[in-house]
Design a binder for this molecule. Structure first.
Ligand code: ATP
Length: 213
């Protein structure tokens, strides 16, 4: 049985918050791999500010030499909006029936789940690992409260079967966001130590995020 984590994101650009959080989860849950999945055309937000191929290349640079973190580019080859349910279905089709897929979601994203395309089918394909943060202030609606009552398990180590359960990990996020990084770069400031050096080198070599927001 393999345990595979999935973290989607715009990664515009990828930064130490994503990477450190992903690595901690991968080690805590003893995952076989954690896949970073850059979104193509995210249905929930504005278009990313650099090309998909650049976002992908930066994530690939960031995980070099760290085999537990993998990059999965399947959403970028789709012409349509990236729906998580489609991604999970396509991953599931490549795995053995008993393999575990674990979708990582921040608490805020989790609270917004009922607005996602075919959200009620997500747990047919995966478990959901909610990344709880001390400063979160969203509240789950009734549908999610019912789902939590039926499906949550308190210990992430005790997830059973290929999917269908919800569990939680407490994590204090590093105080960094891609928005902050884009703003720093647009105003000519350094983002050293906020992104891996290889990502910084890529940004500089390709002149990304200059004069944008
Ligand atoms: P933006 O500032 O452009 O909204 P972001 O930094 O939040 O971007 P995303 O690509 O939207 O990055 O995030 C992808 C996933 O990574 C989300 O689930 C998000 O909650 C998580 N994430 C983002 N920043 C951090 C952080 N500092 N620590 C831990 N997880 C993070």
């Amino acid at each position: 049985m393999r345990r595979i984590g999935v973290l989607g994101g715009t990664f515009d650009p990828v930064h130490i918050g994503h990477l450190r959080g992903a690595l901690e989860v991968a080690e805590t849950l003893a995952l076989d791999e954690l896949r970073l999945v850059p979104n193509g055309r995210p249905p929930h937000r504005d278009a990313p500010s650099v090309a998909a191929q650049d976002r992908l290349a930066m994530v690939e640079q960031a995980v070099l030499g760290l085999p537990i973190l993998k990059v999965d580019a399947r959403e970028l080859s789709r012409g349509q909006p990236s729906y998580t349910i489609d991604t999970l279905e396509s991953m599931r089709a490549e795995l053995a029936a008993q393999d575990q897929l674990i979708l990582l979601l921040g608490w805020d994203a989790f609270c917004g789940l009922p607005s996602w395309h075919r959200w009620e089918e997500l747990l047919l394909h995966c478990h959901i690992l909610v990344l709880q943060r001390p400063d979160a202030n969203s509240e789950p609606g009734e549908a999610l409260r019912d789902l939590l009552a039926a499906r949550s398990v308190s210990d992430p180590q005790s997830l059973k079967g290929p999917g269908g359960q919800i569990t939680f990990v407490w994590q204090t996020p590093l105080a960094v966001s891609a928005t902050q990084i884009r703003h720093l770069l647009a105003s000519g400031k350094s983002v050293r130590f906020l992104v891996p050096d290889a990502v910084l080198a890529y940004i500089e070599a390709h002149g990304l995020y200059r004069g944008s927001n």
